[in-house]
Design a protein around this ligand. Structure first.
Ligand code: UDP
Length: 257
């Protein structure tokens, strides 16, 4: 590891360590390429993709299981302006933000081109159905082999896992919020078929038209978090960890010198 810049490599990819967690230094295009080859290969295991925002990285510095999950993940993307800023502060800037929704859309595009089997897991039943219908309309040729809403009890896990296993998707999109989706994938890795399994948060809500993304200028200015707080004020509490996250990153940078 380059102690001055916090950058190192993991699984053949360059990463930056932010509050102890690895974040891949990849563009959106490079991430899709890496995932495309992962699901094209004859894989033996689940490749877990975590789209990490500042809130999740801060949470992982307090939640041991979440930290373990991020450490074990095959790919961790820099999902948010706060994470991109942190990588700059630490002297190892990631090339760009790779937001969960953008990654999901690009993966759907790529998967529709090659008819890769996909499973949608998460969101409320009617939102899930609308998200699948819209995805099929947006990406003709999309091979959705199954779906299940995200409001199931612990005891219902087994039948959902059996269904996913029998349908053998190459791409599993899990939209049940952070950290539920990450913990669910991690805890069930051995019961899932070999696939790329990705937590995509509220992305089915956006795909279904229930919620909207910030205008492009706000996304580019790193203000998407602000837009979401205005639209969904209950998020204010969650966003309040941002200053603590930046303070912890500055502390990490100071101790590096
Ligand atoms: N959700 C779910 N099961 C749950 C809790 C939430 O499927 O037990 C869904 C919820 O309907 C929404 C998504 O998970 O579609 C969470 O969206 P949010 O924007 O809160 O995601 P985050 O910010 O945590 O990534």
């Amino acid at each position: 590891m380059d102690r001055k810049s916090n950058s190192t490599t993991k699984g053949g990819h360059s990463i930056v360590r932010i509050l102890g967690s690895p974040v891949n230094s990849l563009t959106l295009e490079e991430t899709v390429q890496a995932l495309g080859s992962a699901w094209a290969e004859d894989r033996q295991r689940v490749a877990h993709v975590v789209t990490a925002n500042a809130e999740m990285l801060y949470q992982s510095s307090k939640d041991k299981e979440l930290a373990e999950i991020i450490e074990a993940a095959e790919i961790v993307t820099a999902d948010g302006a706060g994470v991109v800023l942190a990588s700059r502060i630490l002297g190892s800037p990631v090339p760009e933000r790779v937001a969960g929704f953008d990654l999901m859309v690009e993966c759907l595009k790529e998967a529709s081109r090659t008819s890769v089997p996909i499973y949608f897991l998460g969101a409320e039943p009617h939102i899930l159905n609308k998200a699948v219908a819209n995805a099929r309309e947006l990406f003709p040729g999309l091979n959705v082999v199954g779906s299940h809403h995200g409001y199931f009890r612990d005891g219902e896990d087994e039948s959902i896992l059996d269904e996913i296993y029998s349908l053998k998707p190459c791409l599993l999109l899990a939209a049940m919020g952070v950290p539920r989706q990450e913990k669910w994938i991690y805890r069930n890795k051995k019961k899932l078929p070999p696939c790329v399994a990705m937590g995509v948060g509220g992305s089915f809500d956006v795909l279904a038209g229930k919620s909207r993304r910030a205008p492009l200028w706000m996304q580019r200015a790193g203000l998407e978090w602000f837009y979401r707080v205005i639209k969904e004020p209950y998020r204010l509490g969650r966003t309040a960890v941002l200053p603590a996250f930046l303070f912890a990153v500055l502390n990490q940078a100071a101790h590096r010198k």
